[in-house]
Every structure is written in C-alpha cells, then in structure tokens.
Design a protein around this ligand. Structure first.
Ligand code: PMP
Ligand code: GLN
Length: 383
C-alpha cells in the first residue's frame, strides 16, 4: 500500500466525533453548526431534486452557479473574474485543494505550509511529490514575520498553501500579513493556494482580504471557497475555485479525474444562495458572533484561559495556563470522563507541535453551549 496513506492516522475530526457518539458526549469538536442552514437555500435544492436536471452537469459547474460565483465575489470582495475562464465548482473545498495541489506541484518541488494546518494539506502535498517547508505559528497571535518566510522560501519553492481565516486558530490575517506573503510569492515565483473557506465567518466588523485581490497575485493565486461554510451546510460539499485561466486549465484536468462533477441540485441551490442580499451574510456573522461571545464568557467563568477568536466556528483555550501540558490526554479525558468532545490542536502540526491548545466549536445553539459549559465547569473543578 502507499505509505503516505497507510501510515496516516484517521483524521482527528472522525476520531473525536466517533468518540463523542460512543460516549454520548456533547460534540464541540468537529466543526459543524447545530443550525440547519437557511431554509430557502435548502428548499431550492429540494425543488431541484424533484423538478430539475439530475444528470451529469458540466465538469466545470453549471453556468448559473459559475455566473453567481463571479457576481458574488465582485459584490463582496471586489474581485473581477471571468465566470467561464476563471471559475470552477468542485465537490467541496477538499477536492479543490487536491486538484490545486496535484495540478501545481511537481515531484521535488518545495511547498510552504503554515502549521497548525488543516489536516488534508500535508498528505496531499506529499502524494503530489512535494517537499513541505513549515512555518510554525505560535499562540496567541499566530502571526508570521519576514524572517519566518525568509527561512522557508527558496528557488525550489513552487507553491504556498495559505489558510485565511485560519482553522484551527480562529485568526483573520490583516492586509499587511497577506501582502507580506504576497511579496515572497512574487519574489520566488510561487503560486498561492489560498484556502479561504472561512471568508464569510469573521467577527467584530473585520474585513476579509483575499489574496486574489492583491494586484501582484492576480495571476498566481488559486482561491478556494466552500458553500458548506458560507451557508452553514457543511455536509453539502460544494467547493468553489477561482484562478487565472492558465492555472485553471490545469486544475480542471486534475478535477476531471478526481470527481469530474458535483450534484447539480446542490449547485442550483448554491447559485441561488450566493445571490442572497447582504443581510443574510451580516445576520449569519452576528449569530455566530453572539454564540462565540456567550461561549467565551462561559469558558472564562469556568477558569479556562481563552485565546481570542476573530473568525471561523472555533475558539481555542490555553490549557498550559491551567497546568495541562498534553492536549491529546486532556481531550481524551474530557470526552471519556466528562462527556465533551474537543479537538487537540497538536493534530494540526507535523513537527514541533504546540501541545497546550484545545479547540472548541461554538457554532451551536445556546442549550448545547450551556450544557457543554456546565460539563466543562465540572471537569475543571474535579482536577
Ligand atoms: N479547509 C478548511 C480550512 C476547512 O476548515 C475545511 C472544513 N472545515 C475544509 C477546507 C473543507 O471544506 P469542504 O467541507 O468544503 O471540503
Ligand atoms: N473542517 C472541519 C473542522 O475543522 C471538519 C472537516 C472534516 O471533518 N473533514 O472541524
């Protein structure tokens, strides 16, 4: 068997969700909302299943969704994109990441990765024959400097995988940080594979700065989005890719043999959803921000040191500050003895892992959050 996959552990999301089911725990681990998602978008999908076209759509995505993608990013991020040459629909951001990585990385190419990193990146980079070069981010700010980039970029750098807003840390990078990375991409002639799936889930009036919007990066950025995150429908697995035509042409070749296409009914509904007015997006953000604030206040009251969350469905706590030095041991005890599932952030590092940060998902209704908090209070008292 191929050792890249044979030697991999099962993804931490599946491990913690299985444990949560087994122990009947409150699952604040894997990131999915309690909220069922906007009813009008779900109705549109249901209608399309019943009355729409249910055969293979075009491998690039249905025209109405590709037009909606172009319109959406123009309205929300000021990005001008040609729907026919520069957009593609995939089966989730995960497939888009695989396609982008397989299309750009040649065996022996170096790829810059920021850890903690979403757990799909490294195996995909390795499978493509890429050699990872890690920038290690540290809590609580998770920022990177010119010196950090200087240490990893070289003439062999082919690509960088950049996740902004960053899961699991909940950070939204500033324009300065995005521009700093852009300068290195330009200097070393590297492609930026930008996982921006959390672009709409940002708080406190923050603005998302897309790498595609940095003029020097327009021709060398692959921007990846996910309807699952935009509409709180994580199971839908509809991904969006934006890239210049020459790059897109090759990603499309990878995509044609990964999944080829994505369910047409979901595409119809996502096309409808992307056109929703600004109130939907501000309302969604306000709801998650309220949940974040409720949960964080509760965590602090229990005595957990909270690392501020600027975006995503997640907030982290610094368990080192309460004398816990192993996030994996801590999370196991939490789910097995106290009935709360969380995610140990060390799972997102390949080396030099930070072992004292634990991630909780707050995209839950008040009852779920409050029951979770009451169990966490008990857990902290019992130590
Ligand atoms: N990238 C990041 C950073 C994510 O957090 C997720 C899922 N939460 C994905 C990619 C995968 O998205 P999808 O479910 O659309 O494949
Ligand atoms: N992205 C989700 C999270 O961070 C999980 C996705 C998955 O389970 N593959 O929790």
């Amino acid at each position: 068997m191929n050792t890249i996959f044979a030697d991999l552990p099962t993804t931490i999301f599946e491990v913690m969700s299985s444990l949560a089911r087994e122990k009947q725990a409150i699952n604040l681990g894997q990131g999915f909302p309690d909220d069922p998602g906007p009813e009008d978008v779900r109705r549109r999908a249901a209608e399309a299943v019943l009355n729409g076209y249910n055969q293979y759509p075009s491998m690039m995505g249905i025209p109405e969704l590709r037009a909606a993608i172009a319109d959406h990013y123009l309205r929300h991020q000021g990005i001008e994109i040609d729907p026919l040459a520069e957009t593609m629909v995939t089966s989730g951001a995960t497939e888009a990441l695989a396609g982008a990585i397989f299309a750009t990385i040649r065996p022996g190419d170096e790829v810059v990765l920021f850890q903690p990193m979403y757990d799909a990146y490294l195996p995909l980079v390795r499978r493509a024959g890429g050699i990872p070069k890690f920038v290690t981010l540290q809590p609580p700010h998770w920022t990177f400097s010119a010196a950090d980039l200087e240490a990893v970029f070289s003439s062999k750098t082919r690509a960088v995988v950049f996740n902004n807003p960053l899961n699991p840390s909940g950070i939204v990078y500033s324009r300065e940080q995005v521009e700093l990375l852009a300068r290195y991409c330009v200097q070393y002639n590297a492609i930026a594979i930008c996982d921006e799936v959390w672009e709409h889930v940002i708080f406190d009036e923050r603005m998302h700065v897309s790498m595609l919007n940095i003029p020097s990066m327009r021709e060398r950025t692959i921007k990846i989005g996910s309807a699952g995150k935009i509409f709180s429908l994580t199971g839908w697995k509809v991904g969006l890719v934006l890239a210049a035509p020459e790059i897109m042409r090759v990603i499309a070749k990878a995509h044609q043999f990964l999944t080829f296409t994505t369910p047409p009914n979901l595409q119809v509904a996502v096309a409808y959803g992307l056109g929703k007015d600004a109130a939907y997006f501000t309302g969604m953000r306000a709801n998650y921000q309220r949940s974040r604030d409720r949960f964080c206040a509760g965590l602090m009251k229990c005595g957990f040191p909270v690392i501020p969350s600027e975006g995503t469905y997640f907030v982290n706590v610094d368990i080192g500050a309460i004398g816990e030095m192993d996030d994996v041991v801590f999370c196991r005890r939490l789910v097995e003895e106290h009935g709360v599932a969380a995610i140990p952030v060390s799972a997102f590092y390949a080396e030099n892992a930070v072992r004292t940060v634990v991630r909780f998902c707050f995209a839950k209704n008040d009852e779920t959050l409050d029951s979770g908090l009451s169990r966490l209070r008990h857990a902290i008292r019992q130590r």
